[in-house]
Ligand binder design. Structure first.
Ligand code: AMP
Length: 484
């Protein structure tokens, strides 16, 4: 999972400093590497591994000139996460095209090892945007140059859709002086377009999450539809191009965990959805006759909104029982189980007053490996809790994500092949409930009834695109090799 933003500023402006601010707003989508590519008749690039604030200096901003620019934060899924894999990527021949993406190709290994070498194209990184970039550029090369730009871009995006399978949203720059974006045929990854009026003129932006638009003063115009592209030439109205039409299946895990609560994805407020998840979970808790807690405590940060509405619906007090140290970093990226367990404890410290002698209900967004929940339950008991109940605002995670959310391989999922009772026992809770799949999907749909389904592959093992299963087998092998 990654984040990107692109801006088509008014002629004569330099937008890179704003992209820097946009990347800071998207940092939660990837902390591995970041980059900005700008264009003022020439491409200018700065990218490196690390956090946004550590990569860019004033001198970079002075060099990254131009009113067209794209920027990226990276969260690695395939490859070793080396410097070469950082985005943006660009080429100058046969056309000047720059590109960033969020997503994952399920046929990338085939493209890299077979299809591209057969056309004498060498992919030089493990980053799958490179494969999309070449597919797009070759579609552009094959298009009749006398066609209007809109038709050439349609052919280029069609070529990308035919070649690159999986889930991806893209933003890019055409050296003929335009910003473009497109979203894969299932629309699994988010992509939103915004507009603002400035003294210099009307400006447009494309981003992974609306929060990046908000902080830069862009109004949300609308999300790109699945299989849709947009081309924006500064000083002109954008051209929206529907390239293919099929079922739209946005990722539900964005709403559960990944996106910021202040974002809107496909018109759905993440914040309100999490509140609905909490309310639905409270209803389920009462329907199944689960034990009555004295207090509801969220696992910060992603479960807060749901826990608060769950507490309200259960008519129980909501308390912040855990204080999070923001500077510990993600426990998920620790290479082994023991290190992950240690850093979870350092990351969350309890306020014993909220636990002593009480039956506590801990609420988290999801249980993946179960390390976080096990450790937190131990901590709650050590802080004096009498009973520790646990509720997850999503169903059991049982299947890896082929589209770029770094979950785990099959055997790492604590719930895979286990009954809820076995998971409860393993994490040491006195009671455990997961939000039902149907209740979760219904609660998400309320935000936009036009969406008639989501990608729920990580909960069901059923994926909306072809090739997904094959890709997962190859990915598991690659991960096992990396571990060795
Ligand atoms: P665990 O069950 O210990 O593997 O971790 C579950 C916790 O990690 C949940 O509370 C989520 O907030 C968080 N989480 C879930 N999925 C991811 C992910 N793909 N990357 C990072 N953190 C995640």
């Amino acid at each position: 999972m990654c984040g990107f933003i692109g801006i088509a500023g008014a002629p004569g402006t330099h937008v890179a400093p704003e992209l820097y601010e946009g990347l800071i707003a998207l940092q939660h989508r990837g902390q591995d590497a970041a980059g900005i590519l700008s264009y003022d008749g020439m491409f200018h690039l700065r990218k490196q591994n690390g956090m946004v604030r550590d990569i860019f200096r004033t001198r970079d901003m002075q060099r990254l000139k131009g009113n067209l620019a794209i920027a990226h934060v990276r969260y690695p899924t395939v490859g070793m996460g080396t410097e070469e894999d950082a985005q943006p990527f660009y080429i100058n021949f046969p056309f000047g095209v720059g590109m960033v993406h969020n997503g994952n190709l399920t046929n990338w290994m085939d493209l890299k090892s077979r299809a591209y070498p057969a056309s004498n194209i060498t992919l030089e990184s493990s980053c799958d945007v490179e494969a999309i970039l070449y597919a797009f550029a070759s579609g552009l090369k094959d298009a009749d140059p006398t066609l209007p730009r809109e038709d050439r871009v349609r052919l280029a995006v069609q070529s990308a859709f035919e070649t690159a399978k999986g889930a991806y949203s893209v933003a890019g720059i055409l050296s003929e002086g335009a910003l473009f974006g497109f979203r894969d045929p299932s629309g699994i990854k988010p992509c939103i377009v915004g507009k603002r009026e400035t003294d210099a003129g009307t400006e447009w932006a494309i981003a992974s999450e609306s929060v990046a638009l908000d902080v830069l003063g862009f109004q949300r115009v609308r999300d790109l539809r699945n299989g849709e592209a947009i081309v924006i030439e500064p000083g002109h109205e954008p051209v929206w191009i529907r390239v293919t039409e099929q079922d739209h299946r946005p990722c539900i895990f964005e709403l559960v965990y990944f996106a910021r609560p202040d974002s809107f994805l496909d018109e759905i407020s993440v914040y309100k959805t999490r509140r609905r998840f909490g309310k639905a979970l409270a209803k389920q808790w009462l329907d199944i006759g689960a034990p009555e807690p004295d207090v509801v405590i969220p696992i910060p940060d992603s479960a807060r909104d749901a826990a608060l509405s769950m507490a309200q619906a259960l008519a129980k007090p909501y308390r912040e029982g855990f204080i999070k140290n923001r500077y510990v970093g993600r426990t998920f990226i620790m290479p082994n189980q023991e290190e992950r367990q240690q850093s979870i404890r350092r990351k969350l410290n309890p306020i014993p007053l909220e636990f002593e002698g009480k039956d506590v209900l801990l609420v988290d967004d999801s249980i993946v490996r179960g390390n976080t929940s096990r450790r937190i339950i131990e901590t709650a008991r050590a802080a004096g809790a009498r009973k520790v109940y646990f509720a997850a605002t999503s169903p059991p995670l049982v299947a890896p994500c082929p589209y770029g959310i770094d979950m785990a391989t099959e055997k790492d999922f604590i719930a895979r092949g286990r009954e809820v009772e076995q998971v409860r026992n393993s994490i040491g809770a006195d009671y455990l409930a997961y939000l039902d799949l149907d209740r979760m999907v219904d609660a998400a749909k309320v935000g936009n009834p036009k969406i008639n389904g989501f990608c729920t592959g990580c909960f069901t093992g059923k994926y909306p695109t072809i090739d997904a299963e094959e890709h997962l087998v190859a990915l598991a092998a690659e991960r096992a090799q990396a571990r060795d």
